[in-house]
Every structure is written in C-alpha cells, then in structure tokens.
Unconditional design. Structure first.
Length: 559
C-alpha cells in the first residue's frame, strides 16, 4: 500500500492524460466526469475552506498544529509561527499529484460514512483498514491515539469549527476513547472571533475540509484515508513528501470543479477522474527557470470554472486526455472568449438609491487616494495631459459656440462650464481620467437651439437653463430607481460558451435546447442570417420612407 511507489503501469495511467490518444475518442475518466457533472442537483456545491494540520512533537506530547489554510488561495504559517502569509497561488509538483493519485487508489475512501464526531470517524476508518488487511489489529490503539491528539490552531481562539473539532460528546466514553485529548470549542463564535478579519473571507454557507499529515515510528507503510477528512500517516523520514501530498489534496479541495466532483462522487474512481481532469489543466513551470520560493500573487479576476464544466455538459466527446475525436475542441489558433459576468454595480437592488449607495460604498475606501495620489511624481504627466486636453477643447469649442450663439456662450462660459462639470464629476462620478468638454454634436445642438429661440422670440439662456434642469432631473431619476439596462440572465444561452461545439454530437434534447435543428440523426445549427437581413433591410427602408413622409406632412408646415 506504499503510495510513494509506482510501477510503470501505474505511472502510465497517471500521465496518459498528457499525451494525445488518436485511437481513443473518449476516455473513461471523461465519461465519468460528464455523467457526474450532468446530474441535476438541487443543492449547489458549497464553498470549501480547507485546513492542513501537521503532526508535531511538543516536549513529550504529540499535537496537530495548523500549518496552512486555503480559501481559494493558499496561506502558510510564516517562519516563527506567529502570523499568516499573504494569500498566494499554490505551486505543486507533478510528482506530488501523481503520489496523491496513487494514495487515493490504494488507501481507504469512505464516501457514504455517517459520522457525527471525529472519534467515530477514526474508528470506522481504522476498522475498515483492518478488515481489508491494510493494517494489523495491534496498530488500532496507536493510530487512534495519534489521530485524536490535541489540535492547536494558529490563532488562540479559532474562528471556524473544523472537522477535527467535532465530537466532544464521543470523546469521554468507551474503551480507548478515554485517553483522547480533544479541544473543547463552542459552537457559537465569540465576539473576538467575529472581529477577526479572516472571518470575512469565508462565505456564510462555506463548509470545512481537513488534511492531517504526519510521520510516526510505528508504521512501515503509509496509512491513507479520504472522507472529506484526508489522513496521511507514514513512516519517518519522508515528512517533506507527505507535506507536498497534503498541499496537493488541499489545493484540489478548493478547486471548484474537483470539489463539485468530490461532493457527487460515488466511488474512488470518480475521485481519480477528478484528479485526471485537474492534471489535464495543470500548467508546468520548468525547473531552473523560476524560483519556487517566490509566491505567485492571486489574479485580480479569478477565471470561472464554468468553462471547464461546460466541456462535460455540452459536448458528448470529452476533452480529457487530449482526445483527437472531440469535435468541440478549439483549434490551436482559436481562443475561447471570456464569459461575460454581471457585476454587482449593474445588479438591480430594488431599493431607492440602492445602486447609488453601493457605488458610494465601493468608492469610499479609495476616495482619499484619488486626490493625494494626484500629487505623486508619476502622476504629473497624466495631470498635464488631461489639463491640456480639457483647456484646448474649451478654447476651441468656446470660440465656435460664441460664433453660433452671438456670444451668449463663449470661451469664458465654456471654461466655467467645463470646470464646474468636471469638478462635480470627478468628486462624485468616479473616473478622473475622462476628458470632459464640449463636442461636435453639442455645438450643432446649441446652434439649432439658438436659431429656434431667435425665430420664436424665446429667451435662449432661459430655455437652455430649463433643458439643463430637465436633463439633470432625468439623470437623478435613473440613478434613484436603478434604471439601467441589465442583460437577461434567464436566456437559455446565458452563461454558455458554444464556441467550437460539435453540434453533430449533441443529444436530441441538448440540440433543441441550444437552438439547433434536427437533420436525420444529427444536430445542426445554422444561424438564420437571411431572415435577419430581410428584417433589417425592410425595417430600415420602411422607417426612412415613413419619416420622410412625416417631414412633409401637415404637422411640419413651412412656417
């Protein structure tokens, strides 16, 4: 059961996804994932928080000490053990992923275990390994004793209640359970816990998974178990390798697609298929060309896992193992476009001025920096450029406005309007890099408005004031009632990326769902461009003729 030793057959299975199998259209792993991910589930997969504890000796006592945690990205306990590192992208070795794959193939995997306390879970795991002949009965007490040692969190008052903290009721009765040393922790977090900044990172409905990694002197081969509580105990002398395997499973557990597979998995082969998919997406950094000690900063926008999931929900031919028969595969020169996501700034709040308050809340933390960073030496060129852009436009269009309005609006008025509107916009609008000034359409509008006022003996400046008040009132109403165009998320094609899909391989149901046409036994999708072209042509022609007739109708007499 040594999960570190892999013969050539196992290693071939582990890396077969890295080369193209021309003779095989669909891999078994891809078929498994397609079946798992296509299942309807009324309960969405929750966000996972993962904690890794390593077995350490304090004096004569053994204890589990928190060494790393994952909320999407990895955070390590810094040297000295007094603070956490910044979140960073986990960098894993392929060797550790292959070893993890072998561990899950040979270890104990319990996916339907009804466990209500850690002692009960440990008993079930140890009993299963004894029944399957993986360990001898004389190791029962030693393994249970080690796994149930005290857990020390990085913070004095842990802000979450992880799996290893569950089961106070079962830790004081029966057999060897009397010697167990579990931390007593309250179900309700204290005020100090809630004030912790890390608490804000964890979503309200998140669930926890634990990774326990350690080395002991009484084992000759690794003891491995997976029950959303991953356990790896092994012989001494291989602590670094065990830690890397623990980091690998912890990284997998916070991966959106693998966690979805893990929640829906029925047996160990489903988990192996999830690892194969993860390996298929892994990008390798060659040794000697980068420093592994340098931590990679998280991206500003995390790519969605929907693209990876859509491969198994839309296309009959899976993309696993580089299958050449998958018609939905993108060509080498073709890039998959980014999926549009609706930001919270465009979401309809349903409250009076709800969007405005959210916008102010988002902008407020950076409001002071928008001003004092303008005095930075690197901002001088941008400030001068924007200043010249504003002043030259104000002079140019101010002169033209003066000619068009008999100097009712001239250069000075243009200066004043640009300064006032620009100041208000930069104070409350948000984007200081926008150049605000008059434009060509504004010049034409002002000229026509002045001529209209002059012909009808209307005070031009008074009419201009009422137009400005009317425009301002409309803007206030739009902001107050969140009256902004929002994309329709209920469309059947919303959120789906159909680029490169092999329509001929879709089922009858999927073909009709995604707008295809059934031709014989296959599905084809041909956009109806002819109909749309006719609609645009005749629609435009009809509107033009109608407007021309309306122009010369009795509603517009020559006077």
């Amino acid at each position: 059961m040594d999960c570190r030793r892999m013969d050539h057959g196992d290693r071939g299975m582990g890396i077969s996804h890295l080369r193209y199998e021309e003779e095989e259209a669909v891999s078994p792993a891809a078929e498994r994932l397609r079946y798992i991910l296509s299942e309807d589930d009324d309960f969405p997969t929750p966000t996972l928080f993962t904690e890794m504890d390593t077995l350490q000796r304090e004096g004569e006592e053994l204890e589990w000490k928190e060494s790393a945690r994952w909320v999407k990205f990895e955070e390590k306990v810094e040297e000295g053990g007094e603070r956490w590192s910044k979140p960073h992208v986990s960098t894993l070795s392929l060797h550790s992923l292959f070893e993890l794959r072998t561990c899950l193939q040979t270890g104990t995997v319990l996916l339907d275990l009804d466990g209500y306390s850690l002692p009960q879970i440990i008993d079930d795991i140890v009993e299963r390994q004894i029944e399957e002949g993986m360990i001898t009965p004389d190791l029962r007490e030693k393994i249970s004793f080690v796994l149930l040692r005290k857990h020390r969190h990085q913070t004095k008052k842990p802000i979450h209640r992880s799996l290893v903290d569950i089961g106070k009721s079962g830790s004081s009765t029966g057999g060897h359970a009397q010697s167990r040393s579990m931390n007593d922790i309250s179900d309700t977090p204290s005020t100090d816990q809630l004030k912790n900044k890390f608490m804000k990172k964890i979503p309200r409905d998140a669930e926890a998974s634990n990774v326990l990694v350690g080395e002991v002197d009484f084992l000759t081969k690794p003891f491995v178990a997976f029950v959303f509580l991953f356990i790896l105990l092994g012989p001494q002398g291989k602590a670094k390798s065990y830690n890397e395997i623990g980091r690998a499973i912890a990284t997998l557990m916070v991966d959106d697609l693998f966690s979805d597979v893990a929640y829906k998995a029925r047996d160990r082969e489903d988990l192996i298929a999830g690892i194969d998919e993860f390996l298929d997406e892994v990008i390798v950094l060659p040794p000697g060309e980068w420093d592994p000690k340098i931590r990679i900063e998280p991206p500003k926008k995390v790519p969605s896992a929907d693209k990876r999931k859509s491969v198994y929900s839309l296309n009959e031919l899976g993309q696993m193992n580089g299958s050449a028969g998958g018609g939905g595969r993108l060509s080498e020169d073709e890039e998959m476009p980014e999926q549009h996501e609706l930001g919270e700034e465009l979401a309809f709040t349903g409250r009076f001025c709800g969007g405005l308050f959210l916008d102010i809340k988002r902008k407020l933390p950076w409001f002071p920096s928008d001003f004092y960073e303008g005095f930075h030496i690197q901002s001088i060129s941008a400030v001068l450029f924007i200043y010249l852009g504003c002043i030259t436009n104000a002079i140019t269009f101010g002169g033209l406005l003066g000619d068009a309005t008999d100097n009712y609006q001239g250069v000075m008025e243009s200066f004043l309007g640009t300064a006032l509107a620009g100041s208000v916009f930069c104070m409350f609008g948000g984007q200081p890099l926008i150049i605000l000034s008059s434009t060509g359409p504004i010049l034409i509008f002002e000229k026509l408005l002045y001529e209209f006022s002059k012909k009808n003996s209307i005070d031009y400046m008074e009419l201009r004031l009422w137009i400005g008040i009317h425009s301002c009132l409309q803007c206030f109403l739009l902001v107050a009632f969140d009256a902004i165009p929002v994309p329709d998320n209920t469309s059947s094609l919303s959120g789906l990326n159909l680029t490169g899909v092999d329509w001929s391989q879709l089922s009858k149901k999927d073909c009709l769902t995604y707008g295809g046409s059934l031709v014989g036994k296959s599905c084809k999708y041909v956009p109806d461009l002819a109909l749309m072209s006719f609609i645009l042509f005749f629609g435009t022609y009809s509107m033009t003729v109608t407007l021309k007739k309306f122009k010369f109708s009795r509603y517009f007499p020559p006077s």
